[in-house]
Design a protein around this ligand. Structure first.
Ligand SMILES: [Zn+2]
Length: 160
C-alpha cells in the first residue's frame, strides 16, 4: 500500500519534470498549443451543457424519445467539435499536425466532446493566428492565443 502510494507520487513528479522540460525546450517565440488544459476545459463545458439538457433521466434506457433526443444532441455536438478542429487544421495548411479529441461514450459509440489541433513546430506566427481564428466560433483559448501571438508578431516587427 505504502509502496504504491510512493510510486504514484514519483510518477507524478517525473511527469511534471518531463512537462517542464518540453516547455523549456521550445524556442521563446514558438506558437504552440498546450492541449491538456484545452481538452479538459472543453470536456467540462460539454458535461455542463449535457447536464443542463437533463437527458439522462429518460434517456438511460437507450430507447424512446428521450434517448433519441440525447443521441441527436450528441451527434450534433460531435459534428460541431470536429468542424471546429477541422477549421483550425485547414487554416494551418502545410503546418497542420494532429488533432486530439476527448470523447463521451453513449451506448458504445464515442462522440467527440472537445478537441485540440496541434500544428507543426516552427509554424509562422501569422499562420498560427489565422488558424486560431479560423473556426466560426473560436473558443476563449483560441482568442487568447491569437491575441498573444499577435502581440509577439507586433514585437517582432518592431511595433508597440
Ligand atoms: Zn479552437
Amino acid at each position: 500500500m505504502k509502496h504504491s502510494k510512493f510510486l504514484n507520487r514519483a510518477c507524478g513528479a517525473v511527469f511534471l519534470a518531463a512537462f517542464i522540460c518540453v516547455a523549456m525546450a521550445l524556442p521563446a517565440h514558438a506558437a504552440q498549443r498546450k492541449c491538456t488544459q484545452e481538452l479538459r476545459d472543453g470536456h467540462a463545458a460539454f458535461l455542463k451543457k449535457l447536464r443542463a439538457h437533463n437527458f439522462t433521466s429518460g434517456a438511460a434506457s437507450g430507447s424512446g424519445k428521450a434517448a433519441r433526443a440525447m443521441t441527436q444532441w450528441l451527434k450534433d455536438s460531435h459534428a460541431d467539435t470536429v468542424r471546429h478542429e477541422e477549421a483550425h487544421k485547414r487554416a494551418a495548411g502545410k503546418w497542420a499536425g494532429t488533432t486530439e479529441y476527448f470523447y463521451y461514450t453513449w451506448w458504445n459509440i464515442p462522440y467527440a466532446t472537445a478537441g485540440c489541433h496541434k500544428f507543426k513546430r516552427g509554424i509562422p506566427l501569422e499562420v498560427a493566428i489565422k488558424s486560431a481564428l479560423a473556426p466560426e466560433k473560436p473558443s476563449y483559448i483560441d482568442l487568447r492565443l491569437a491575441k498573444k501571438w499577435q502581440a509577439e508578431l507586433d514585437r517582432k516587427n518592431g511595433k508597440r
